[in-house]
Design a binder for this molecule. Structure first.
Ligand code: C2E
Ligand code: MG
Ligand code: MG
Ligand code: MG
Length: 287
């Protein structure tokens, strides 16, 4: 009796849950199939050094070309990939593919986003080493972007892994800085080479005193630590002027270029006028 009651109860309460589980299973199957059938694509967003305005590198950003939904942004599938562990093989694919594609761009650095889950569960240092060996991409032109989420758990292991990666000659970048569990203590303990100011602060520059103060503090902090600062999400000349005036090291954003397809990067680099930290009509658009 207890058993049937239990089952009945479950059935009664869990109809919505079951549907959600089904949808999730379906999404997971689709994501797995996406990896197996090459539905992921890589876009590259130029990074511009300040104040000179030269293109110094690109950040690689994943997209999913879904057979029905079309081009899907990472915000719609990265969490599921993390929850299912699929981020490990997906992240590995990103690293290998980006390193082999970027090998043909002389002098450009390549920034690759690495999920905290991939960092903990994958053999990230070995994956990076293999991707470099396989592609011939120079380690000193590779940057891994990680978020503050990485610093919460098991600092000892994290520190070892970061150091192992740095020994390869690869740089470590703190992405979305200021949005997470920032603690200044972490910055002393962990060997970061660059701080990326989150685009939510850049968006509000000149309009919100808090954003100004935070941006100012982060740029200053990077200078004190003798590392580079990067502002992401730059969309206007006003924001750019503000950042240049504060001594920010680099910028990226729609003002210069949207994320570009692999083949558009060459054209963009060729057409870009160095010395002018400004793009014509808000940058070249693509994809
Ligand atoms: P992120 O690393 O902070 O990347 C910056 C995001 O801002 C990108 O969104 C980029 O397209 C967008 N962006 C660039 N310039 C502007 C601008 O001027 N204005 C605005 N509003 N947005 C701008 P995207 O490509 O949708 O990627 C979102 C996030 O997904 C990334 O944030 C990153 O955390 C994650 N992601 C992307 N590719 C990968 C990947 O290969 N692996 C992992 N683990 N995560 C990835
Ligand atoms: Mg990033
Ligand atoms: Mg970011
Ligand atoms: Mg982000």
């Amino acid at each position: 009796r207890a058993k049937s009651l239990q089952r009945g109860t479950l059935h009664f309460f869990d109809k919505g849950l079951n549907e959600r589980l089904d949808a999730r299973k379906k999404a997971e199957r689709e994501l797995r199939a996406a990896l197996a059938t090459n539905q992921f694509e890589l876009l590259y967003q130029p990074q511009i050094s300040l104040p000179g305005g030269a293109i110094t590198g690109v950040e690689v950003l994943i997209r999913w070309r879904h057979p029905i939904r079309g081009l899907v942004d990472p915000d719609e599938f990265i969490s599921l990939a993390e929850e299912t562990g699929l981020i490990v093989p997906i992240g590995e694919w990103v690293l290998r593919t980006a390193c082999s594609q970027a090998a043909k761009w002389n002098d450009l650095t390549l920034a690759v986003n690495v999920s905290p889950v991939q960092f903990r569960k994958g053999h990230i240092a070995a994956t990076v080493r293999e991707a470099l060996e396989e592609s011939g991409f120079p380690p000193d032109r590779l940057e891994l972007e990680i978020t503050e989420g990485i610093l919460i758990a098991d600092t000892e292991t994290t520190l070892n892994t970061l150091n192992e990666i740095r020994k390869l000659g690869v740089r470590i970048v703190m992405d979305d800085f200021g949005t997470g569990y920032s603690s200044l203590g972490y910055l002393r303990k962990f060997p970061f080479d660059k701080l990326k100011l989150d685009k939510s602060f850049v968006r509000d520059l000149g309009q919100n005193p808090d954003a100004d103060a935070i941006a100012h503090t982060i740029i200053d902090l990077a200078r004190t630590l003798k590392i580079t600062s990067n502002a992401e999400g730059v969309e206007s000349q006003t924001q750019l002027d503000w950042l240049v005036q504060q001594g920010c090291g680099e910028a990226q954003g729609y003002w210069f270029a949207r994320p570009l397809t692999y083949s558009d990067v060459d054209q963009f680099v060729a057409a870009f006028k160095p010395g002018v930290a400004k793009a014509e009509e808000g940058g070249l658009s693509s994809a």
